[in-house]
Design a protein around this ligand. Sequence first.
Ligand SMILES: Cc1cc2nc3c(=O)[nH]c(=O)nc-3n(C[C@H](O)[C@H](O)[C@H](O)COP(=O)(O)OP(=O)(O)OC[C@H]3O[C@@H](n4cnc5c(N)ncnc54)[C@H](O)[C@@H]3O)c2cc1C
Length: 382
Amino acid sequence: MASATRLFASARLARPSLVTRAPAQARGYASAASGGGANWPLLLSAAGAAGIGAYAYLQYDPATKKEISAKAHELEDKAKALAHQGEDKAKALVSKGEAKVKDVQAQTDATKEGSGTIGALISDSWTPFTLAKVEDYNHNTKIYHFSFGEDGADKAAGGHVASCLLVRSPDGEDKVVDAKGKPVIRPYTPISPPDQKGSIELMIKEYPTGKITPYMASMKLGQQLLFKGPIQKYKYEPNTFDKGLAIAGGSGITPMYQLISHSLSIPEDKTKWTLMFSNVTEKDILLRKEWDTLAKQHPDRLRVKYVLDKQPWGWKGETGFITPSMISKVFPRKADEKVQAFVCGPPPQVASLAGPKDGMKQGELQGALKELGYSSEEVFKF
Ligand SMILES: Cc1cc2nc3c(=O)[nH]c(=O)nc-3n(C[C@H](O)[C@H](O)[C@H](O)COP(=O)(O)OP(=O)(O)OC[C@H]3O[C@@H](n4cnc5c(N)ncnc54)[C@H](O)[C@@H]3O)c2cc1C
């Protein structure tokens, strides 16, 4: 209770620091706008002065009256047009500024709601975190601990469940870029809770022929990586469906861990979960100890089915690729039950279970889940 009070007290204390950033950003836009607007009164007065000067001269030289009068009108028209342009530009910049303030406010609220404290991540700019510790998890996976530094000791990653963050390498000689020279950016789901203060943990499987994961595997303690987020993937609310089916492959397990462990931690949440987790071999199963512990702690709410590509000696679980018949055997659904399925894994697996994602969009529902009669609203692809 005392720690909860501390959390909210720190949220109240820390909140102004983000809120004060908002007007500062708005001011940036507003001053840019008024800077642009400052030219047109000047032009109008210049046009006015030109008009008065022309009028005085005309009293003495009526022969040039027509020409000078036309010039004065032309100048005035130009000044008015510029004034309109300035006004439109100012309006656009002010509304952009207002949108920015709303975004920062929403971020503040989301962070506060999600974690009870202020977020270390910023949704629209890259923040460096320092590699503080690396743990070997298995033959190809490590747990990376990144520190938010002294200034961030009281901050948390924040965000709603389920959300992820984006990662890229800092500028420099060994910056990881794609074929077009643009920085390579990859999404990751922290395995640390969103309200953990001062640091974040990522469980990352290395692809030796990949881009970011070999870079991360080569990082030394004290080196920095850039982070952005949180990026909301699915907004989980307790008791919005009766049964959840999570199908994951390999490192696609991390969003499921965030989602299901969060749901199980809410006493009033009655949602029942089934996890189907496929891997090549037994030693590839990530977070197995954690899943087995959760299943033991919540026998009425979580069932875990491990699936291996090939059946090792003595294996009693499911084997082979996940098929419609395997899904309906492990997760039979009744007509009156509200069900929600989640899929995360290598793109070919996602495609065979639910159809390919369309970039950041969900893409059309296809594959095993469609065959089983799931609707597109009942399936979420991470
Ligand atoms: C929401 C979300 C959360 C995620 N969370 C995690 C997490 O917590 N932990 C984790 O480890 N991963 C996670 N991932 C996966 C992660 O984002 C990266 O895709 C993964 O780490 C590989 O990155 P990479 O740059 O090293 O490899 P990539 O460069 O993406 O390559 C991966 C593999 O694909 C091959 N490949 C690349 N391009 C092609 C191509 N055109 N044709 C054929 N093969 C190709 C590469 O050779 C390599 O073997 C998550 C993904 C999503 C969408």
